[in-house]
Design a protein. Structure first.
Length: 476
C-alpha cells in the first residue's frame, strides 16, 4: 500500500464543512460532525491516517509537519471551502513535490474537469462513491485502470475514466469506528442537540426523496437507499461501545434513515436489546406505530427537514410532503416523548415575505425542541442550481455560498424578494421562535433540572449572539 493521508483540511475558523456535514458553513453554535466519508476509505487502506484539522484546531503549519512521511493525500472538499482547500493542496505540493494529491466530495463529483483545470496542485479527483476507488489508487494501480477517477497526465491532458459501479452490498464496507478509535478524539465532536459525547455513522446511502436542493442524493449517494444489514449495524455499535464507553448517544447520519421502515424497526430492536440511546435523520411522515417501536427501543431524537410551512413551496422543491401529515407526525413525536431538531430553509423557489411569515408561524405551531434555519444554497449538480441559473435567480459567476469567514450568505434573489430580505429573515426567524414565553420557560426549566445543561445552554447562547454579531458585520 502507498502510505496514505486522509485530510479534512483547515479552512474557516469553526467551519463544519467536512465529509460528514451537510451544512457546509459556520454554524450558529459551535459544532463538528465526524468525517465519516473520509473514515470509510481510510478503513480500507492499511497503514493510512486520518487528520480532521478543524475540530483538532490544526493550522496549515501543523498539517504540513504531519504530512511529511506520506506519498498520497486524499482531501475532502466542498463548494464553499474549495478555494481554501486548494491553497492547502498547493502548500502541500510546494513542501513535498512528490506527494500525489486527490480530491473527493460532491464538488468534484459534478465538476471534475473544472476542478483539475482550476488547481494544478490536484493530481486527480475521485468521482461519486469513492471508497474502493481510493483503495485501488492506494494499492498502486495504474490510474488508467481505476474506474471513477479523472486525472491529469504528465503532458497536462485531462482524462476521465469510466464510472465506477454503484456499491450494492453495503456490508462490504469495514467499520468506520476502527478509524475513529485510531485517529480521532471523540470529545472534539459536538452537536448542540445531541448528547455529548456522541458518535455518528452511516447505515446506508442514498435517499428516495427528490428534493431539488439536496446535494448528496443528486451527486454522490443516488436516489436508491442502499443499506447495511441490521446485524452488520448492530455489530459496529457493539464494537463502538467497547471502544468508546463514554459515548452517550449514537446518531445515524443516513439521508433518511426512515426510508425503510421495517429495517428501521429491526435495527431499533437490535439497539434496544443493547440499551443504546440513539437518534437519526427522518422524514416527517413516519407512522405513529413505527415511532412507538423506535421510541421503545432507545430512540431519543429525530432530525427532521421541514424546510417550509408553505405547501406550494414544498411542491416547488419536490419535497413530497403534506403540511398536515407533518403536523400529525410532530404531534405524535411530542405525545411519545421523542424530541425533534427541525430544519428550515428560507429563500427557496416561490418564497415571498408572506411565505416566510407562514413558515415562522408553522415552526412555532409544531414547536420542535430545537431548530436550524438555513438559507437556500444552490449547489452545483443540483436541480435547484440549474433552475436558479436558468431563471436568473443566481449569478453563476458570483455564486458564493459563504463569505470570507465561512458564514452562509443568501445567493438567491427574486424580483419580489432581495438577497438582504432573505438574509435578514433568518435572524427574525430565530428571535421569534426562541424569544417567546413558552420556549424560554421550557429552556429555563431544563436548565434548572441540570447544572450541566445550564452551563451548556449559557455557552450556546453566548455563541449564538456572537454568531449574530458576525452576521451583521457580513451584511454590512
Amino acid at each position: 500500500m502507498i502510505k496514505t493521508l486522509f485530510l479534512h483540511p483547515p479552512t474557516f475558523e469553526g467551519f463544519d464543512g467536512g465529509a460528514g456535514s451537510r451544512y457546509q458553513a459556520r454554524r450558529e453554535i459551535r459544532s463538528f460532525w465526524y468525517p465519516t466519508w473520509l473514515a470509510q476509505p481510510a478503513a480500507l487502506v492499511e497503514g493510512s491516517r486520518l487528520i480532521d484539522a478543524p475540530p483538532a484546531r490544526m493550522g496549515l503549519a501543523a498539517v504540513l509537519r504531519e504530512a511529511r512521511d506520506f506519498e498520497l493525500c486524499i482531501m475532502h472538499t466542498s463548494t464553499p471551502s474549495f478555494g481554501a482547500d486548494v491553497k492547502v493542496a498547493q502548500a502541500l505540493k510546494d513542501a513535498y513535490p512528490r506527494l500525489k494529491i486527490g480530491f473527493v466530495g460532491a464538488k468534484v463529483a459534478v465538476q471534475p474537469e473544472e476542478t483539475l483545470k482550476q488547481a494544478g496542485s490536484i493530481d486527480f479527483v475521485a468521482r461519486n462513491e469513492f471508497d474502493f476507488t481510493i483503495k485501488e489508487v492506494a494499492e498502486g494501480r495504474d490510474w488508467a485502470a481505476v474506474d471513477g477517477i479523472s486525472y491529469r497526465r504528465a503532458d497536462g491532458t485531462i482524462v476521465h475514466n469510466k464510472e465506477r459501479a454503484v456499491l450494492e452490498d453495503m456490508d462490504q464496507l469495514p467499520f468506520v469506528t476502527e478509524v475513529y478509535q485510531r485517529d480521532l478524539r471523540i470529545e472534539r465532536y459536538f452537536i448542540g442537540y445531541l448528547m455529548h459525547p456522541y458518535l455518528s455513522l452511516y447505515t446506508g446511502r442514498g435517499c428516495k426523496s427528490r428534493c431539488t436542493f439536496c446535494l448528496w442524493p443528486q451527486t454522490v449517494g443516488g436516489h436508491r437507499y442502499r443499506v447495511r444489514s441490521p446485524s452488520h449495524v448492530a455489530a459496529e455499535i457493539r464494537l463502538a461501545r467497547s471502544y468508546f464507553p463514554k459515548v452517550r448517544e449514537f446518531f445515524f447520519d443516513d439521508d433518511t434513515f426512515t426510508d425503510n421502515l421495517p429495517r428501521a424497526e429491526a435495527i431499533a430492536r437490535e439497539l434496544g436489546r443493547m440499551g443504546i440511546i440513539w437518534s437519526c435523520n427522518a422524514k416527517a411522515n413516519v407512522p405513529r406505530e413505527t415511532l412507538k417501536v423506535l421510541r421503545d427501543n432507545g430512540l431519543r431524537l429525530l432530525l427532521v427537514g421541514y424546510e417550509s410551512g408553505n405547501q406550494q413551496i414544498l411542491h416547488n422543491i419536490k419535497k413530497g410532503m403534506r403540511i398536515e401529515v407533518a403536523k400529525k407526525f410532530t404531534k405524535d413525536c411530542h405525545d411519545l416523548g421523542i424530541r425533534i431538531h427541525g430544519t428550515f430553509i428560507l429563500g427557496l423557489p416561490g418564497e415571498t415575505k408572506e411565505t416566510i411569515e407562514e413558515t415562522i408561524r408553522f415552526a412555532m405551531e409544531v414547536n420542535p425542541h430545537t431548530l436550524q434555519v438555513s438559507l437556500a444554497a444552490p449547489y452545483p449538480g443540483t436541480f435547484l442550481y440549474r433552475q436558479a441559473v436558468e431563471n436568473g435567480w443566481l449569478d453563476a459567476e458570483h455564486a458564493e455560498l459563504v463569505d470570507g469567514h465561512g458564514i452562509q450568505i443568501a445567493p438567491l434573489h427574486y424580483p419580489h424578494l432581495s438577497h438582504s430580505e432573505i438574509f435578514d429573515s433568518v435572524e427574525t426567524f430565530y428571535r421569534r421562535f426562541y424569544f417567546r414565553a413558552p420556549k424560554i420557560a421550557a429552556i429555563v426549566s431544563e436548565m434548572v433540572r441540570s447544572p450541566h445543561m445550564m452551563q451548556r445552554r449559557l455557552r450556546e447562547g453566548l455563541e449564538f449572539f456572537q454568531f449574530l454579531r458576525e452576521r451583521h458585520r457580513a451584511a454590512a
